[in-house]
Design a protein around this ligand. Structure first.
Ligand code: KIV
Length: 272
């Protein structure tokens, strides 16, 4: 396995395609606020996704559907203020691009103008092709998203693995090729069989970033709050937890309660 790593001062959409060509895997994580983005960027993560998963993680909604364009712009502008190196990709939220290509372009322009994001991501295949073309024609880079597309959760009915059947796998491969031909600079492939994801990654020149799509793809993305173990109700097989922050934060908060109640905090050195 290649661990090649070029020293990029600033990641652009071109850097990602170059990384794939050089066999360097791409690291991507989510962030929705300044403080988290500062740490993620400082750690050398290549791509920061201001995902519409903010709807679940930050606002506590059951799905990604309720988050608005204004709310995405708020999260993205906070992230942008923290960044020195990473490419910042911002999700177009549900309802901001599906109805017609002109609306899709207006939404993408608002994100670029009002947040300072570097690219947008949207879900779907041939049904959103015309919207992608419009956005690209305005000079805005687009990342695709295939496989499990959470904005269509009520169509699927479940969050189970997608494209296990031949017909759906065939459509996914056609959509991936179409996204490349249309001009997308990368595609997120979510929760599909590893063999299929590898096949797609090997057949395209643009990077495929996987989440629950095995290690035969060109990079990986996780939701930061999940990989830090801050969320603990969500336990898909693909999730590797690097910390158990839920436990550690709970212990810290409990200790704070004890210290305040017992007047241990603040002590003499912690006052004026
Ligand atoms: O919104 C999000 O966080 C995403 C990732 C799961 C890829 O789209």
């Amino acid at each position: 396995m290649s661990t090649a790593k070029k020293d990029y001062k600033r990641i652009t959409v071109k850097s990602l395609v170059e990384m794939k060509a050089n066999g360097e895997k791409i690291s991507m994580l989510t962030a929705y606020d300044y403080t988290m983005a500062k740490i993620v960027d400082g750690a050398g993560i290549d791509v920061i996704l201001v995902g519409d998963s903010a709807s679940n993680v930050m606002a506590g909604h059951e799905t990604t559907l309720p988050i608005t364009l204004d709310q995405m712009i708020y999260h993205a502008s906070s992230v942008i203020r923290a960044i020195d190196r990473a490419l910042v990709v911002v999700d177009l939220p549900f309802g901001s691009y599906q109805s017609d290509p002109k609306e899709a372009l207006r939404s993408a322009i608002r994100i670029m103008k009002e947040s300072g994001g570097h690219a947008v991501k949207l879900e779907g295949g041939k049904e959103v092709k015309e919207s992608i073309k419009r956005i690209l024609n305005a000079g805005v880079p687009v990342m695709g998203h295939l496989g499990l597309t959470p904005q269509s959760i009520y169509k699927f009915g479940t969050y189970t693995v997608r494209a296990k059947e031949e017909a759906e796998a065939k459509k996914l491969k056609e959509d991936a090729l179409m996204l490349q031909k249309t001009g997308c600079f990368a595609i997120v492939l979510e929760k599909v069989p590893a063999k299929l994801a590898k096949e797609v990654a090997e057949s395209l020149t643009i990077p495929i970033i996987g989440i629950g799509a095995g290690n035969g793809v060109d990079g990986q993305v996780l939701v930061t709050h999940d990989m830090l173990g801050m969320t603990h109700e969500f336990n898909p097989r693909f999730l590797r937890r690097y910390l158990d922050l839920y436990k550690e934060m709970t212990q810290a908060f409990e200790q704070y309660v004890t210290d305040v109640k017992s007047v241990d905090f603040p002590n003499e050195n912690e006052q004026y």
